[in-house]
Design a protein. Structure first.
Length: 285
């Protein structure tokens, strides 16, 4: 386990504090944790269901849709073919949507702080248009998940939308808005929470959770997910970690609010392969 990265913890807490678009638990949404998830093996598509109801009891969609970064983010969620190996076709309209989303997040204090920090480290150009181009390349540029395949994936699709591999495995899908919307359309089945060592049960106001769920016929035995945070907050976190290092996988231990997390970022060349939080004191009983 890597030592706590104090510099990044300080930066990410500043971002957390200035994330005015974050939704507040109990006020803008409520979650219903229900039962503790059972153990599943990869390929065990059944997975004991310890939660009869949805994880999201309710979400204030009016508020979601009135916030530009969420509204432009939601418009991107239907732009992808979730099966890996199936070529993605990017339409002119989708390119416009990607740009609208980047423009919206670049106008936030959270992304401005990320940009400022990366400029100080000489990892981003000071010109906002250049930084936007860099973000586009990291997150939206298509690539093939498997060598020799057609361009079937990108960082945004993997992290925020989710993908399936041969209908047997869920890849990515680490975003709460996508989770909520898929659940609302009965595409996702929440199966229960995964407990942390020193805390047997998460609270309904926890903004990082480890959960188990099934989607498109497969089970994700454990996936960690920020709850309620804005898309710009997640973009800022993962972009900073992505640009700070060059190895294939970067794991940084940070403390954000009361959460001790390992933020994990995988690279796919110049692009993000995947990125997600891991609650450190999660016990995989």
């Amino acid at each position: 386990r890597k030592a706590l990265n104090h510099e990044l913890s300080k930066l990410f807490n500043e971002m957390w504090d200035m994330d005015v678009n974050r939704l507040m638990p109990g006020k803008d949404y409520t979650i219903d944790l229900q039962g503790k998830a059972g153990a599943t093996q990869q390929g065990d598509s059944a997975g004991q269901d310890r939660a009869a109801g949805h994880l999201f009891h309710n979400v204030n969609e009016e508020r979601l849709k009135s916030i530009k970064t969420f509204a432009t983010f939601i418009s991107l969620l239907d732009n992808y073919e979730t099966s890996t190996g199936v070529t993605e076709v990017v339409t002119a309209e989708e390119i416009v949507e990607n740009n609208c989303f980047l423009d919206a997040i670049l106008a936030t204090e959270v992304m401005k702080l990320a940009h400022e920090y990366l400029c100080k480290k000489n990892l981003a150009k000071p010109n906002l248009a250049d930084f936007k181009y860099q973000l586009y390349d990291i997150w939206f540029q298509l690539y093939a998940r498997k060598e020799g395949d057609r361009p079937d994936s990108c960082g945004f699709e993997h992290v925020f939308v989710g993908e399936t591999k041969r209908g047997k495995q869920i890849l990515g899908l680490h975003n709460w808005v996508q989770f909520y919307l898929q659940e609302k359309h009965n595409q996702i089945d929440y199966k229960g929470y995964v407990a942390r060592k020193n805390k047997t049960r998460p609270d309904k106001d926890d903004q990082v959770l480890s959960i188990q769920f099934s989607w498109k016929g497969s089970v994700k035995p454990v996936g960690s997910i920020f709850i309620g945070v804005s898309p710009e907050f997640e973009f800022a976190l993962y972009t900073v970690i992505f640009l700070l290092a060059e190895e294939r996988v970067t794991r940084e231990t940070v403390k954000i609010e009361e959460y001790e997390l390992q933020l994990v970022v995988w690279r796919h060349g110049h692009h993000i392969g995947t990125a997600y939080p891991v609650l450190l004191s999660t016990s995989s009983e």
